[in-house]
Write a protein that binds this ligand. Structure first.
Ligand SMILES: Nc1ncnc2c1ncn2[C@@H]1O[C@H](COP(=O)(O)OP(=O)(O)OP(=O)(O)O)[C@@H](O)[C@H]1O
Length: 548
């Protein structure tokens, strides 16, 4: 085994590692055959000894048995370690003889390029010269860099199928144990308990707070952490214009709820093992959040979405049907198509993203562009308006406190939906990017319940055509919006129906949880690239550079 600190390896000829500094190289036995194991600053590479990549000048990178960066190394440990044995058995790997001190097991992360899923694999290696210790020490030192060592995991025991506690013990904890991550577990005992935990736990003692539940649990954790930070720093968080200070602690999500949208954003796929391994990898990005206010008062922080109208009604119904457990979702959805469509009248203003596509020098102002171009322009570079006269004709720009607000006028809509993310039309499917410093507002103008359901189906199946229907108005690249309940002036509506509509106007869907405004106005602001989250890098077309 050769220790080769600070020597360049360009002559060694193996894959991306040619630019790395070779730290250690030597011969190991893998499944009875001789292999070369190379450790560089970049990562670790195992190639058969007969592989031409080890002959000077030759390159054949595809034959590596293992080729990973340090982020993707979970651990190296002596073969007889019990936890490794049980994991080896699970994956049908060879369990080595415990008396062999020159045998060690390498656990690493493997990514399925098609499904985006991560899995922990292992390979048993026998050091041909010296002891396994030397390899283990080098590998352990490098693989730990920049990774979390201690985490708080908050579990919602009633989220989703109600099995999060058991799944944690079976699938999540063994991976954290293997990676040497110390875990403190708190199981929520009641609604909003996660807010209390996030506000009171000694977060400076951990490298991350992990939400094991659905989108609602994540929202509570982010709310508690963000509010706590503003209180500590003396920020007037009730003021929508206040500049918020991000919490220093990182946040991760392991999907165990009914709605796991945020976990899908951060991991590229909704999968418990992938989410856990991403947290172990320790890569970080800053995601957007919303603050939702009414005059003089913060209502809540949100990490996924804000909706009203049809969507609030749907959440209200699922809450009322909670006794039906998971059956309440299809039941509420089916029930939502019954009855007359409810048209909500709102005055809406939007705050344009500074320096965004709509405000570039030489471009038309957004309102002007929207009133002339209607649906024709590229979504990423202009406002899109429906053909309904009220949607654009009365759009006007005003400048308040040096920020450019645009009035969309009074809208007669059945639903509004907005995510803390930019909606991007990918080559085949819609993508949502919560790391882009702006978001898009979707209004459904006078859509019937059936049209709304069809839209939801299409949108959540990520089909692009759903957004190009006549009743859909798509307003991209904004950083704030104001909703004010207007006169409900629909014709042919009874006084009772009008009261029902007024009540519905005040109900808000915040990350899938039902909230209400006490008055008639609410003000939503985006806090771009705010919360540090454990995340897969480079998932999105509009990605900012990943922070590590
Ligand atoms: N121990 C608990 N008992 C009752 N409610 C809880 C408990 N822990 C969390 N909650 C509530 O559960 C909701 C969050 O659920 P979560 O998003 O984690 O799972 P879900 O199955 O997707 O949720 P939902 O039931 O809202 O669809 C929040 O309203 C939260 O206050």
């Amino acid at each position: 085994m050769a220790e080769a600190r600070h020597s360049r390896t360009s002559g060694a000829g193996f894959g991306d590692a040619v630019d790395g500094t070779l730290l250690l190289t030597g011969e190991v036995n893998c499944k009875g055959k001789g292999h070369q194991l190379h450790l560089t600053h970049r990562g670790l590479r195992l190639v058969p000894s007969s592989d031409p990549t080890d002959r000077a000048g030759a390159t054949a990178p595809s034959v590596a048995v293992v080729d990973v960066t340090w982020r993707d190394v979970v651990c190296a440990c002596e073969a007889p370690v019990k936890k490794s044995k049980s994991l080896l058995r699970q994956s049908n790997a060879e369990v080595p003889d415990s008396s062999q001190s020159n045998v060690f097991v390498l656990h690493y992360i493997d990514r399925n390029q098609k499904t985006n899923k991560l899995r922990c694999r292992n390979v048993t290696l026998e050091a041909m010269q010296g002891h396994a210790d030397r390899w283990i020490t080098h590998i352990e030192e490098k693989r730990k860099e920049g990774k979390p060592e201690r985490l708080l995991v908050v579990i919602n025991p009633i989220g989703g199928k109600g099995t999060a506690r058991q799944t944690f013990a079976k699938r999540v904890q063994p991976l954290f144990l293997l990676a040497g991550v110390e875990v403190i577990v708190k199981v929520t005992e009641r609604a909003k308990h996660a807010v209390e935990i996030a506000k009171t736990f000694a977060v400076s003692s951990v490298d991350g707070v992990i939400s094991m539940g659905g989108d609602g649990l994540y929202m509570e954790i982010l709310h508690g952490l963000t509010l706590r930070k503003q209180e500590e720093e003396g920020v007037d968080y009730n003021d929508p214009d206040a500049k918020l200070i991000p919490p220093t602690v990182r946040v991760g999500i392991i999907p165990a709820g009914t709605g796991n949208g945020v976990s899908g954003w951060f991991n590229g796929v909704i999968d418990m093992d992938t989410a856990t391994l991403n947290i172990i990898r320790g890569e970080i990005k800053r995601t957007n959040i919303f603050s939702i206010h009414e005059p003089e008062k913060l209502i809540h922080y949100a990490g996924l979405l804000f909706g009203n109208g049809f969507f609030s009604k749907l959440i209200k119904r699922t809450d009322e049907l909670r006794w039906m457990k998971r059956a309440r979702y299809p039941y509420a959805v089916l029930g939502s198509v019954v009855g007359k469509k409810k048209i909500l009248q709102f005055n809406i203003d939007v705050l344009k993203k500074e320096g965004g596509p709509n405000t570039k020098e030489g471009e038309k102002p957004a309102a002007e562009a929207s009133s002339t171009s209607a649906k024709s322009e590229s979504l990423s570079s202009s406002l899109l308006c429906s053909d309904e006269p009220s949607s654009c004709a009365n759009a006007s720009l005003t400048t308040t406190e040096n920020k450019e607000w645009m009035s969309l006028g009074t809208k007669g809509m059945t639903a509004a939906m907005t995510f803390v993310a930019k909606i991007v039309e990918g080559e085949e499917l819609l993508e949502m990017n919560p790391f882009y410093p702006g978001f898009d507002l979707i209004l459904l103008n006078r859509a019937s319940p059936v049209e709304t359901l069809k839209f939801m189906y299409s949108f959540f199946s990520r089909k692009k055509d759903g957004l190009h229907q006549e009743f859909v108005e798509w307003i991209p690249d904004i950083v704030g919006m104001r909703f004010e309940v207007a006169d409900q002036r629909e014709e042919g509506v009874t006084a009772r129906e009008r009261t029902e509509v007024m009540d519905l106007c005040r109900l808000l869907d915040v990350d899938g949880e039902l909230m209400a405004m006490s008055g008639s106005k609410c003000d939503i602001r985006l806090h771009p690239q705010f919360l540090q989250v454990f995340c897969v890098p480079s998932l999105y077309s509009h990605d900012e550079k990943a922070e590590t």
